[in-house]
Design a protein around this ligand. Structure first.
Ligand SMILES: [Ca+2]
Length: 197
């Protein structure tokens, strides 16, 4: 807290203690709020704004295991999972490139029968990309998109094949040689961030 803010708080405290009218309560959080600040705009060194309370916190306090937003949003499991995954736009363009290259029903081979028509029955490419980014595990992913159990188990078998270095599985799904590297990289990135845990 800057000296000016401390002075302002002390002035306010003195004014409250000696005010002729009754004082209802004293917000200790405002006096002792350590590294968090409420403001309309966040300073670049504390760029993350808590959505509910408006506190600004530095990036280092995101997903560090201790809640810094009043509602603990900075430790939200979806937020912290997404922080480890490729950006949603990157995932969406990756899915889009597979659709462009293999046709609108191609992703059925990965996500099952609801993944036809360029993922429309699942809510569209962006919704699937967000679910891949935010779902901590494949079970969470299945729940987010209401996938059938059999489709989810198929998807798990694809991931496990890649994890075990079995690229034949991807080839059998029609992944072209020039796509193998990207697909493998993408699936491994999910596995390495706990998707199969
Ligand atoms: Ca935190």
């Amino acid at each position: 807290m800057s000296p000016c803010r401390v002075a302002a708080c002390l002035t306010a405290l003195v004014a409250m203690c000696f005010a002729p009218s009754p004082v209802r309560s004293l917000d200790l959080n405002k006096l002792y709020g350590h590294h968090t600040k409420r403001s309309e705009y966040c300073h670049p060194y504390e760029p993350f704004k808590c959505p509910v309370d408006g506190n600004c916190i530095s990036i280092q306090y995101l997903c560090d295991g201790a809640p810094d937003c009043i509602d603990g949003y900075d430790e939200d499991s979806k937020l912290c999972t997404a922080a480890k995954r490729p950006p949603v736009e990157e995932t969406a363009s990756f899915l889009q490139s597979l659709i462009a290259s293999h046709g609108p029903n191609y992703l059925e081979k990965l996500f099952g029968s609801k993944a036809r028509d360029a993922l429309e029955p699942l809510g569209g490419v962006e919704k699937v990309a967000i679910a891949l980014s935010e779902s901590q595990t494949i079970e969470d992913f299945g729940a987010a998109l209401h996938l059938m159990r059999s489709d989810l188990e198929h998807l798990r078998s694809v991931f496990m094949a890649v994890e075990n270095g079995d690229l034949g599985m991807l080839k059998s799904l029609g992944i072209k040689d020039n796509e193998l590297g990207d697909v493998k990289f993408f699936l491994e990135k999910l596995v390495n961030t706990g998707f199969l845990d």
